[in-house]
Every structure is written in structure tokens, then in C-alpha cells.
Design a binder for this molecule. Structure first.
Ligand code: HEM
Length: 121
């Protein structure tokens, strides 16, 4: 099996599906839904931003054209609780797409490592 996480998540097609599901879970999650309902970007734009960011972050082609994480989330006053909710939704999206345990752990580790660029920035 490939060592590259991007490939183990199903490449661009698989990751696009996972990112789309994760955004859908955010929109259905009462603890964070309003954040995404009130966003400047449309749902489609957020799904595209999430997918392309995920593709680059897991070792795929450099397709992400958005802002860096601190620039994106600065001034939003995001709490620790909201951060955990986003990670939980991603985990649910990984489960929905039948991603294995090892890959889930790797994704969560990468996301968790970005906490200081997102919470209270
Ligand atoms: C590790 C965790 C997170 C990652 C990797 C992440 C990643 C991203 C990315 C890639 C974008 C799109 C930026 C662009 O296309 O320019 C984005 C936008 C956004 N994120 Fe996050 N995010 C995380 C956590 C959170 C949390 C905890 C919240 C709040 C509950 C949040 C709220 C938002 C909102 C509201 C937008 C849309 C901004 C707008 O267009 O108005 N994010 N995020």
C-alpha cells in the first residue's frame, strides 16, 4: 500500500467526497452550523477550499489557492470546543467513507497540529 496519505484516502476523488461530507456535517452540527451559514464563501466554495487544502496537506498535488490557516480564521474568535467539533465532524466524514483506523489517526494528528493557527487567533 502507498505510504502517501493522499493516495490512501482515495486521491483527489476520495478526498473531494470526504471534504464535501465534512462540510455537510458542519452545517448539520448545532454547535458550529451558524459559523458556516454566515460565512462569506458559499457552501460550494467552502467544499472546494476544504478539498484542495486537504489534497495538499496529505501529499497530493498543490491545488490549494486559498489563504493560510491563520489568515482564514483570524478574528473569528474560534473556541477550543468549536475546534473539537470540527475534528469530530471530519472523523465522521472519514467513517462514512470507510477510511481505515491508521489513516483516521494520521488525519486527526495533522489537523490537531494546526490548532494554534485556528483557535483564538
Ligand atoms: C484544523 C481545523 C481546520 C482547518 C484545517 C480549516 C480549514 C479551512 C479552510 C481550508 C478554509 C477555506 C479557506 C479558503 O478557501 O480561502 C476554511 C474556511 C473557514 N473555516 Fe476553517 N478550518 C478549521 C477549523 C475551523 C473551525 C474550528 C471553525 C469554526 C467553527 C472554522 C470556520 C471556518 C469558516 C467559517 C470558514 C469560511 C470563511 C469565509 O469564507 O467566510 N474552521 N477553513
Amino acid at each position: 500500500m502507498s505510504e502517501i496519505l493522499y493516495e490512501r484516502l482515495g486521491g483527489t476523488e476520495g478526498i473531494t467526497k470526504i471534504a464535501s461530507d465534512a462540510v455537510d456535517f458542519h452545517l448539520a452540527n448545532p454547535r458550529i452550523a451558524t459559523r458556516f451559514q454566515n460565512a462569506k464563501a458559499s457552501v460550494e466554495e467552502m467544499k472546494h477550499g476544504a478539498a484542495t487544502f486537504f489534497i495538499v496537506g496529505t501529499g497530493g498535488p498543490s491545488v490549494y489557492k486559498g489563504k493560510d490557516m491563520m489568515g482564514t480564521h483570524r478574528g473569528m474568535n474560534i473556541s477550543n470546543t468549536e475546534f473539537v467539533e470540527v475534528l469530530s465532524d471530519v472523523l465522521e466524514a472519514l467513517d462514512k467513507n470507510n477510511i481505515g483506523q491508521r489513516e483516521k489517526e494520521e488525519v486527526l494528528y495533522v489537523l490537531f497540529s494546526m490548532k494554534d493557527e485556528i483557535v483564538s487567533v
